[in-house]
Design a protein around this ligand. Structure first.
Ligand SMILES: Cc1cc2nc3c(=O)[nH]c(=O)nc-3n(C[C@H](O)[C@H](O)[C@H](O)COP(=O)(O)OP(=O)(O)OC[C@H]3O[C@@H](n4cnc5c(N)ncnc54)[C@H](O)[C@@H]3O)c2cc1C
Length: 452
């Protein structure tokens, strides 16, 4: 088994920035992107719209676009990517061991950049209505048909909650913001956008005690913290924006953590309580938690790891054929299909025209991918599915449907969040997935359909 110089765990701004620095130092880092555990590839910025405060983008940039650029930079300089979760980390042995779903990797040093995951409320009926009214990502799910022109509720009082409340006014008839205290924790600019918006009602000092409904969530029960008065809001959507918990579960009892689960590092530095293990980004930062601070700490972690490997005589450097690696190619988005450009044997097409044609006339397995414009997880999933379709050499086809543009189709298909993927063959629904899943899940199911 080859021992890696550096394994970086996590693909948010901290992980990818660490990868850029380590790769440019000829250490050829291996970056485990994460997949389902603790977030999605690209991290938290994949779940937001405009990032207005990352330096270098005077007009702002969409979170998923920013992460695509940082990722491309890391790949261009030679980072190896493993699209999987780290399932176990063993820091008791040297070299360290990191177990994924398919292999165990040995490495001299590790940079932990696993960030944080969205918190839940733990309501009695939460599981029953999860994805049937309750969502942790307004940006991903807000445009689904069930939420259109309905009353919607956001819970939380910080920047994310305010951003989501404003965003949802685009789709809902009215938005209620449930705030536990008597003030917002969001920035002044963000708070003003909420308090001055006539489409948003703030319920101060209230807590959600449960939700109710039939097949879909219909009611949200509140209790005032002071008066104990109860109130029921009739609403079809409840969006959580109540903070995040650091993804440090894998390191429990192996490394120093704070009471809240953040990794303890040397003040202002990336070194942890274990030599050769470094931490970067939100996982070690309970205070600043920004894209730029995460990227900055990723840089520090890579430089510290490089120095540590060199002092201990552990680095094995690669030789580059070219001093300047080749430029990255830009991906080309599929165009909406119509009568003129539709291809009966096309592998990946877009829109209702292609869907109708292939659904009715093709006998091949047909993957229908329901996406929405600013959905980061859709961004992650699409290239995965394109690879699956390509690997199947024309035996299956795919159609992408933007549910924002094709509301009626989304309604008919019963879509209640994006990304959702449905697998059809000869008009029969064979399988359905919600959220980001491993490539192998889709491939296995399509192959099963082909065998039957
Ligand atoms: C809605 C929202 C809006 C935001 N807007 C802004 C903004 O405008 N500007 C700004 O600067 N900041 C913003 N932030 C904060 C910013 O997103 C975070 O500070 C930043 O993403 C932290 O980066 P990170 O690399 O530490 O971790 P994350 O971005 O959290 O990335 C963590 C990565 O680790 C991976 N991971 C987790 N567990 C494992 C595992 N077991 N194995 C492998 N991988 C794993 C995850 O898949 C993910 O890829 C926003 C956050 C949210 C939620």
């Amino acid at each position: 088994m080859n021992t890696e110089n550096i394994v970086i765990i996590g693909s948010g701004p901290a992980g990818y920035t660490a990868a850029i620095y380590a790769a440019r130092a000829n250490l050829q880092p291996l970056l485990i992107t994460g997949f389902v555990k603790g977030g999605i590839p690209g991290g938290q910025l994949m779940t937001t719209t405009f990032v207005e405060n990352y330096p270098g983008f005077p007009d702002g940039i969409m979170g998923p676009d920013l992460m695509d650029l940082i990722k491309a930079q890391a790949i261009r300089w030679g980072t190896k990517l493993l699209e999987d979760d780290a399932q176990e980390i063993d820091l008791r042995t040297k070299p360290f061991k990191v177990k994924t779903s398919i292999e165990t990797i040995e490495t001299h040093s590790i940079i932990i950049a696993t960030g944080a995951s969205a918190n839940k409320l733990g309501l009695p009926n939460e599981n029953k209505y999860w994805s049937k009214g309750i969502s942790a990502c307004a940006i991903c799910d807000g445009s689904t048909p069930q939420f259109r022109n309905e009353e919607l509720v956001v819970v939380g009082g910080g920047d994310s909650a305010c951003e989501e409340a404003v965003y949802l006014t685009k789709y809902g008839s009215h938005v209620h913001l449930i705030v536990r205290s008597d003030k917002l924790k969001a920035s002044k600019a963000m708070s003003d956008r909420v308090t001055k918006n006539p489409q948003i009602t703030i319920h101060w000092e209230n807590e959600i005690i449960d939700v109710d409904g039939s097949d879909w969530m219909e009611k949200i029960k509140l209790k005032n913290k002071n008066t104990k008065e109860k109130l029921t809001i009739t609403a079809k959507g409840l969006f959580y924006a109540i903070g995040h918990t650091p993804n440090s579960e894998l390191l429990k009892d192996q490394i120093s953590l704070t009471n809240n689960g953040y990794i303890v590092t040397e003040p202002g530095r990336p070194e942890t309580s274990i030599e050769g293990v470094f931490a970067a980004g939100d996982i070690a930062d309970s205070e600043w938690r920004q894209g730029i601070t995460a990227a900055g700490s990723g840089c520090k972690a890579a430089l510290a790891a490089e120095k540590w490997l060199s002092i201990n005589g552990l680095s094995s450097l690669i030789e580059r054929d070219d001093v300047e690696p080749a430029k990255m190619k830009k991906g080309v988005e599929a165009q909406e299909s119509n009568e003129e450009n539709f291809k009966f044997n096309g592998l990946w097409q877009k829109g209702s025209y292609a869907l109708r044609k292939l659904y009715h006339e093709s006998s091949k397995p047909l993957l229908v991918i329901y996406t929405s414009p600013n959905c980061g997880p859709c961004h992650v999933l699409k290239p995965q599915l394109k690879r699956v379709i390509k690997e199947l050499n024309g035996e299956a086809q795919a159609i992408e449907i933007d549910i924002d543009a094709e509301e009626e189709i989304a309604k008919q298909a019963g879509i209640n969040g994006t990304p959702t993927v449905q697998l059809f063959q000869k008009k029969e629904l064979k399988d359905q997935w919600k959220g980001v899943k491993q490539r192998s899940d889709f491939k296995k199911s399509i192959e099963k359909t082909l065998r039957n």
